[in-house]
Design a protein around this ligand. Structure first.
Ligand SMILES: [Zn+2]
Length: 85
């Protein structure tokens, strides 16, 4: 089954805020995940950081949606499928 891969469009200013938040070790993880959920709908399924792409699979007529960051996505799709950007 070939997944559909779509980029997540996070406005640049929000993305910068997210990156600053995630780079701050004083911020609790719970707060990071709440903010991330608001901005991008959730964290990277694999490593829990800021996702850059949505991966959709059709499974038994239903669409399964997963989110991955750039590096996890590249690991996931290596030798499997091409990433549409
Ligand atoms: Zn990741």
């Amino acid at each position: 089954m070939k997944p559909i891969i779509e980029p997540i469009n996070i406005p640049q200013d929000q993305l910068n805020e997210l990156k600053a938040l995630f780079a701050n070790p004083k911020q609790p993880d719970l707060h990071k995940s709440v903010v991330l959920r608001k901005v991008s709908g959730g964290a990277c399924l694999s490593c829990g950081s800021i996702p850059s792409h949505i991966v959709k699979y059709k499974v038994y007529g239903m669409t399964k949606i997963e989110k991955y960051c750039q590096s996890c996505l590249e690991r996931l799709v290596t030798n499997k499928t091409k990433v549409n950007r």
